[in-house]
Design a binder for this molecule. Structure first.
Ligand code: FAD
Length: 472
């Protein structure tokens, strides 16, 4: 088989690149070892987790109605129905991707690809049907092989009671108790799901706070909420030993935790992800990887091999689907000679917990570390009519404004729906907006989006919903 462009990996990076390249007139072959397109994001990441988080959210909203005098009886959980509903979401979306590839005449091959040289892939069967040829010759290749859960040998017990995010999303049961190892976004999202379904969830995090790297004032309201939703949050603590004993996992914790060995029905290990670059036989090409296995690329997504580009998780942090898809577009534009570069001012990140946390551009933590001269303007949601109306005054919206240029360079939001609100911040940062632009743009009332213009007003001294005048 020959192709102009071979793409390895049918996740958000790979299928975006494949579809755009086909639209721009290239002949494209997309190789994935999975039977369905969509990658981790669609099959065992973003989408199934958000489908289950929807259940968690609806359940906790229903419980909150007690405040308004509305109470419901105990929830009845039909896990088979829940799994089937989640699966329908995935099936609909992956079928859509298949249809889009057929319409674009993208050839999709199910196989495990490795390199023979800088122009040839070896295709091994990945399912019951072998590919029609075991060799694919290409003019260009885009690596979009994604990432997989990082493993720690100490935590790698041969029992299904110890799960990674993929196993946890299968919802094998609602365990009586669950320990989440790792206080990053995947662990906290999965913990939120299981806690809402009725498990007693504990989290153990090695560093001094949940969501390491995220601004502390954004994490604070979430930490407070999780302290009531979860059984225990262990900080500055790590797992020293773990054993499968009498139908439970016995865990020994080391650090700030003063408890003795504890038993959990299940353990979810969510300690990060590592790029899928080790098994590709990259040594047969000129592609370079760093010490973490991340494929090294330039801003046009080119690797050290002139015929091979790389996009998505395999090419590094942040390992997020929208960043992967954007890189896919940049790579294809670079291939067809357009002046594209991956040089965003703001990549949004969202933690879909309750409350949600979202940020884009420069964070306060980074600003401090880099000694950047910025103003931080915050608007507390306690002063938002909409936040009051829905009983969620635990939120905050903040802008970071570069003092020299007077432009917004970062935004952080905590509160329900923060993930939807951050889109406006991304546009503002990318367009080089000034706080005046945000304050002068009329936002609809009563919505939480007003907090974005109100935070800009705080900077300007024109916020009327708070008493913080800036004397002229
Ligand atoms: P992937 O989606 O990993 O796709 C890579 C594909 O390559 C896979 O289908 C794999 O089968 C294939 N492949 C690998 N090696 C080979 C080979 N040798 N031959 C053939 N095929 C191969 N991101 C967000 O932006 N928002 C979220 O809310 C979010 N939630 C997440 C929740 C969870 C539980 C997890 C695990 C991840 C989440 N992510 C989220 C991250 C997101 O899934 C990834 O950033 C995204 O999938 C990366 O896309 P990708 O195309 O680079 O790789």
């Amino acid at each position: 088989m020959d192709t102009q462009l071979a793409i390895i990996g049918g996740g958000p990076a790979g299928y975006t690149a494949a579809f755009l390249a086909a639209d721009l007139g290239m002949s494209v072959t997309l190789v994935d070892r999975e039977p369905h397109l969509g990658g981790v994001c669609l099959l065992r990441g973003c989408i199934p987790s958000k489908a289950l988080l929807h259940v968690a959210k609806a359940k906790s909203e229903a419980a909150r109605l007690a405040d308004w005098g509305v109470t419901f009886g105990a929830a009845n959980l039909d896990l088979d129905a829940m799994r089937a509903r989640k699966q329908r979401v995935i099936q609909t979306l992956t079928a859509g991707l298949k249809q889009l590839s057929v319409r674009r005449k993208v050839r999709v091959v199910r196989a495990r690809a490795t390199f023979e040289d800088s122009h040839t892939l070896h295709l091994e069967p990945a399912g019951s049907e072998p590919p029609e040829d075991d060799r694919l010759r290409f003019e260009h290749c885009i690596l979009a092989t994604g990432s997989e859960p990082a493993k720690i040998p100490l935590l790698d017990l041969p029992t299904d009671r110890v799960m990674n995010s993929t196993a946890a999303l299968e919802l094998p049961e609602v365990p009586e108790s669950m320990l989440v190892v790792g206080g990053g976004y995947i662990g906290l999202e999965m913990g939120t799901i299981y806690a809402a379904l009725g498990s007693r969830v504990s989290v153990v995090e090695m560093t001094g706070g949940l969501l390491p790297g995220v601004d502390r004032n954004l994490v604070k309201p979430l930490y407070k909420k999780l302290q009531s939703d979860f059984e225990t949050i262990y900080l500055n603590t790590k797992v020293a030993a773990m054993a499968d004993r009498n139908g439970a996992i016995e865990v020994v914790l080391e650090g700030d935790a003063k408890d003795g060995p504890r038993q959990f029905s299940r353990v979810l290990v969510a300690v990060g992800r590592r790029p899928n670059s080790a098994d590709l036989r990259l040594e047969k090409t000129r592609v370079e990887v760093d010490e973490r296995g991340v494929v090294v690329v330039n801003p046009r997504r080119r690797t050290a091999d002139p015929h091979i580009l790389a996009i998505g998780d395999v090419s590094g942090e942040p390992m997020l689907a929208h960043k992967a898809a954007h890189e896919g577009k940049v790579a294809v534009k670079a291939l067809v000679g357009q002046p594209a570069e991956f040089a965003p001012r703001a990549i949004p990140a969202v933690v879909f917990t309750d409350p949600e946390i979202a940020w884009a551009g420069l964070t306060e933590t980074e600003a401090k570390a880099q000694n950047r001269d910025v103003d931080v303007a915050q608007f507390p949601w306690a002063a938002s009519g909409r936040a009051r109306a829905v009983g969620r005054t635990d939120g905050t919206t903040k802008w970071l404004i570069d003092r020299a240029s007077g432009r917004v360079v970062g935004c952080g939001i905590v509160g329900p729906g923060a993930g939807e609100l951050i889109g406006e911040a991304v546009v503002a940062i990318e367009m080089g907006a000034a706080p005046r632009d945000l304050a002068n743009a009329i936002h609809p009332h009563p919505t939480l989006s007003e907090t974005l213009s109100s935070a800009a007003d705080v900077h300007l001294g024109t916020a009327t919903d708070l008493y913080r005048p800036k004397r002229i």
